[in-house]
Design a protein around this ligand. Structure first.
Ligand SMILES: Nc1nc2c(c(=O)[nH]1)N[C@H]1C(S)=C(S)[C@@H](COP(=O)(O)O)O[C@H]1N2
Ligand SMILES: [Mo]
Length: 340
């Protein structure tokens, strides 16, 4: 029943995605207003990830754009009505919505850090598409970005009321690394389908996107997943005391949201239900914790965590690697109980 080798191997195979800037795993915990001392010891320790700690990932360097000079073109193909390129103020003048959304990378091996949660403000993509009127032949919406990245999403996903052109993140204009001035937030889908630094939008019959050309899943639906934040890999846990195991779980709403999270410290023979201490809609992660009365016996220990979604789906121990559709399987932490 020991951890299966391939779960560790998946960390290597997912290197297909370039990781120029890693989220600071060692970033200091940020004390937020109203947060208790005990919550500061959890990981994630805050429901909303501060912008400075939000993971950053793209194919090259972040594009540095001038918000005044920036224009976003609506390419005049398969639309009924042409419109002039949009300025940032045209988008911020549209009806806005503010939502909490989690982003997760498709190349994220189980249990790594490429998942974060923020409060975003933006306009509905649908409102813009309705202005130009997609022709019946249009099947996908293509986004081309200032860094050369490009990706497409099905028109029906683009017309969802929660698909947003976001321009604010946690109350400030999008930071450069996160797509200033405008990025897409595409619910239910991995980061690949949330393009940053959008320069043009085009309706098309089909499109092969940047990562699809390199073998990654064109659909990119987020899979049910749980990550353990505490303890960390290799941590020494003091025997005879209470230790709080904590982490996050997410399904992006694809299975109805998270119903429960369970932890096992006996290789999955028995499971204890964790407490969900922070949540919003299924489009945001849930944060969970479980108080473990650690036995007073020095020995190695493996901590497993799994989630069950409202659809009834429970994560499997036997997972799949991240490449090409996003990883599944339990997150397992190897730690040691130490006795003074
Ligand atoms: N323009 C552009 N947008 C992009 C990418 C990129 O390389 N270029 N990478 C995507 C991927 S793979 C991920 S996981 C998310 C990460 O978003 P973040 O850096 O805001 O966390 O951006 C997506 N949007
Ligand atoms: Mo990603």
């Amino acid at each position: 029943m020991k951890r299966r080798k391939f779960i560790k191997l998946s960390a290597i195979s997912a290197a297909g995605l370039v990781l120029p800037v890693q989220m600071g795993c060692s970033a200091p915990f940020v004390k937020l207003e109203g947060q208790t001392e005990a919550e500061q010891l959890l990981k994630p320790s805050t429901f909303v990830t501060p912008n400075a700690d939000f993971y950053v990932l793209q194919i090259g360097d972040p594009a540095k754009l001038d918000g005044n000079a920036w224009r976003m073109a609506i390419v005049p193909t398969l639309i009924e009505k042409r419109i002039l390129p949009l300025q940032l103020k045209d988008i911020t003048a549209m009806e806005s919505v503010t939502v909490t959304r989690t982003l997760k990378c498709i190349g994220d091996p189980i249990g790594t850090e490429q998942m974060s949660n923020a409060e975003w403000k933006g306009a509905r993509l649908r409102d813009l598409l309705e202005k130009v009127g997609p022709k019946p032949e249009a099947k996908v919406v293509v986004f081309r970005c200032a860094d050369g990245y490009h990706t497409a999403i099905p028109l029906e996903d683009a017309m969802r009321e929660d698909t947003l052109l976001a321009y604010e993140m946690n109350g400030v204009p999008l930071p450069t690394e996160h797509g200033f001035p405008v990025r897409l937030l595409n619910p239910g889908h991995y980061g690949t389908k949330n393009p940053k630094w959008i320069m043009s939008i085009q309706l098309a019959e089909e499109h092969e996107s940047y990562w699809e050309k390199r073998g990654w899943d064109p659909i990119a639906n987020v899979k049910l997943a749980t990550v353990i934040g505490t303890p960390s890999e290799g941590e020494n846990i003091t025997g005879g005391k209470v230790y709080t195991v904590s982490g996050a779980a997410f399904d992006a709403g694809n299975h109805g949201g998270i119903k429960k999270v369970e932890v096992s410290i006996d290789y999955g023979q028995t499971w204890e239900e964790a407490e969900i201490w922070a949540q919003d809609t299924p489009l945001a992660w849930v944060l969970w914790k479980w108080e473990w009365q650690v036995p007073e016996k020095a020995e190695p220990v493996e901590i497993y965590a799994r989630a069950t979604a409202n659809s009834g789906l429970t994560q499997d121990e036997i997972g799949i690697e991240a490449d090409p559709v996003g990883a599944t399987g339990y997150h397992i932490i190897d730690a040691s109980i130490v006795v003074a």
